[in-house]
Unconditional design. Sequence first.
Length: 350
Amino acid sequence: MTKRENLLRTIRFETPEYIPIKFGINSACWNHYEHNALFDLMESHPLLFPEFKQPAGEYQPKYLVNALADTPYTDPWQCVWETAEDGITGSVHQHPLESWDNFSDYQAPDPLKTDGTYPIDWDVMAKQVATAKATGHFSQGGLPHGHTFLRLQDIRGYENFIFDLCDEEPNVFKLIDMVEEFNYGYISKWIELEPDMVRYPEDLGMQVGPMLSPEQFNKYIKPSYQRLMKPARDKNIIVHMHSDGDIRSLVDDLIDGGVEVINLQDLVNGIDWIADKFGGKVCVDLDIDRQDITFAGTPTQIDALIREEVEKIGSKRGGLMLLYGLYPGVPLENVVALMDAMERYSTFYS
């Protein structure tokens, strides 16, 4: 069974051979860990890094344009990003519509040239999807992270945008339409390529509760989500939704929009809650804790965490994928424990 076939069986609850696992290493990690130590771990975990080969010579990490320390980046929406550490994606410090005074002259960027944050070359994307299909690999694309709600609050500023929703500010309806029109043009290009899956990543949650009320989400954001997801549903392309934070009060509206794979964080939402809500019904792309156990716990606790998640949320039928994102500060022995546990329990139901 190919990796693509296994992923499709996982998503469709059609008895995959193993639980798909992914281990992401944030580029800031290369400033904090000894390079060879990470390379050795990657090389010794072939299920997580099946095609990895140690680079020759000194490794030079690459950083995104909005993840360069002390180098402000102005995106195509005219939002200014800043970060204090190379590799850590910045936050928007200057909002182009902090005041509505210049709204009449404000224009959206061109979805044929950019995803809203970075440049895009559609010829390159088309070749990548075509190559994946020709070689039997899983193909995917989608909207950039923070495509709607976060984009709107980047443009206006968080407090301004929330007050706009409360006040039903007339201009905010026009701005929402502008952002949606851009996103629709962008996602339509992906739909033309017919990948296996399209992603709609957008952080909506805080440590407790969402960043906007369920009523505001249902009224202002959900309709846009559903219109953006409809072209994928019409083509029978898998819809994947990501959100960090506590999204329990929003998740019914998210799923109602046609989501087939939900990527959410484990401990902030609760393992038991996730299992009760989605087990056997909606595929969970589980984002493993990065704040508590993996950061400050022991290797034994990490192993127990992964096993609990696999036992409670997974099943032989499928419906579970595991994802971990490594950031600076996690002890190296915990990194080892994570990689070991993810590989060990990926075959739990085999």
